[in-house]
Design a protein around this ligand. Structure first.
Ligand SMILES: Cc1ncc(COP(=O)(O)O)c(C=O)c1O
Length: 407
């Protein structure tokens, strides 16, 4: 069913957080999304009825736990059109990207020593590559952004070369909201024989993702940004590559045979899942994806684009506002902004007094803040499908009041 303002309002009833925090205007969905009761109950149910370790016990309870864990992997795989054995459960997108930064060097060709990322990356898709470059004497290059907050594809083409070993790009910027054409980026990178990685931390909650169509080698995201629990993340990897990659962590559950001197690894995904995993959280994540699928990402996209359009229109009414967003259709429902002469932390603090929750500061993208010349960072309002037009009105009215206060 298509979402409209009435349905969005109704959807909020699925989320207990709003019942426990009356009047909360939650506009920090890009930091973490709220959880529907079905997700909370899936984690609780598992803990109450099925809790046991997986991949070890032969008793019924352990088998039931294993079945649910395997089913969770199947649901996650189906959500992004991957195969279950291509899904590795991690703690979060950050851990997924670190896994790659530590293991990829052993399969990179010797003549390739450059890593290409962009100026709009979150620290999680920057620091692991910066540190890999330092460890392995590689060169880290950044694709520029244009004045209208898009990725500069001319700059991308000029920096991509036969020396490029890895291209790692956010599908959606957590500051600008910009949707990058990762399908094209992957295609161009492949022509140069580079490994392609998509940071889907901000896109997974807004866009339909099909890894087969994108033809990427790897894709990472976190459960807590897609209505799921925290402590669970995903790394998708193409099967042939996962087979070639060495393990990241070592220990129980990731071996096929061990002697005192040597170890042989289990097949993927177990090879990358050493130790006891966040089993209940994986099951919770599967439930969040099932919930989203029922609403349909098409419907979500349509409503969220409407919210973005409305938010951009209303925010422009606020005097002395600087908006960092490429505009509707080019962005997900997320708007960063600054009010001239007022520190973002002051704005967020005053909004909090009215129960409005936004993000303020560098948003884990310090190099981007420098490019935007946003010294104190930005204010970021990020919307989900359960947000309403009234939420935006409340934000805009409060911003106008703050300006009067500081005038
Ligand atoms: C684009 C992007 N990548 C990666 C991350 C890291 O996600 P997590 O902290 O869940 O690992 C974030 C979190 O905000 C993000 O926005």
């Amino acid at each position: 069913m298509k979402i409209n303002n009435k349905i969005a309002k109704k959807r909020k009833e699925d989320f207990p957080i709003f019942r426990h925090n009356l009047g909360l205007v939650y506009l920090d969905n890009a930091a973490t999304s709220q959880r529907p009761a079905s997700v909370i109950n899936a984690v609780k149910d598992f803990s109450e009825k099925d809790n046991a370790n997986v991949g070890r016990g032969v008793y019924s309870l352990a088998e039931r736990a294993m079945k649910k864990y395997n089913q969770a992997r199947i649901i996650v795989a189906d959500f992004i059109k991957a195969e279950p054995e291509e899904i590795i459960f991690t703690r979060n997108a950050t851990e997924s990207l670190n896994l790659l930064a530590y293991t990829l060097p052993s399969i990179l060709p010797r003549n390739k020593n450059e890593i290409l990322i962009t100026e709009m990356e979150h620290h999680s898709n920057l620091v692991p590559w910066q540190q890999l470059a330092k460890r392995n004497n590689m060169k880290l290059k950044f694709v520029k952004i244009t004045k209208d907050f898009m990725l500069d594809m001319n700059d991308f083409n000029s920096k991509l070369s036969d020396k490029t070993a890895i291209v790692s790009v956010a599908q959606v910027s957590n500051v600008l909201g910009t949707i990058n054409d990762v399908k094209l980026i992957t295609k161009l990178a492949k022509q140069k024989g580079a490994i392609t990685i998509i940071d889907a931390a901000q896109s997974i909650q807004h866009l339909n993702i099909n890894v087969k169509e994108l033809e990427c080698d790897f894709l990472a995201f976190s459960g807590h940004k897609v209505l799921g629990p925290s402590g669970i993340g995903v790394l998708f990897g193409r099967k042939e590559l996962l087979e070639k990659l060495p393990p990241f962590n070592f220990g129980g559950g990731m071996i096929s045979k061990i002697t005192k001197e040597n170890s042989e690894w289990a097949n993927p995904p177990e090879k990358f899942e050493a130790g006891t995993q966040n089993i209940a959280e994986a099951i919770g994540l599967a439930e969040s994806l099932s919930y989203l699928k029922k609403i349909s990402l098409e419907n979500i996209k349509e409503w969220e684009n409407y919210l973005l359009k409305y938010a951009l229109k209303r925010l422009k009414e606020v005097p002395d506002i600087k908006i960092y967003n490429p505009g509707e259709e080019k962005s997900v429902s997320l708007v960063s902004f600054n009010l001239l002469g007022i520190h973002p932390h002051d704005i967020a603090g005053l909004l909090n007094e009215k129960r409005i929750a936004i993000r303020a500061g560098h948003c884990c993208a310090m190099p981007l803040m420098e490019i935007l010349k946003a010294k104190g960072g930005v204010c970021r309002a990020s919307f989900s499908f359960y947000n309403t037009l009234e939420d935006i009105d409340i934000l805009v009215d409060a911003l106008k009041e703050i300006q009067k206060k500081f005038a």
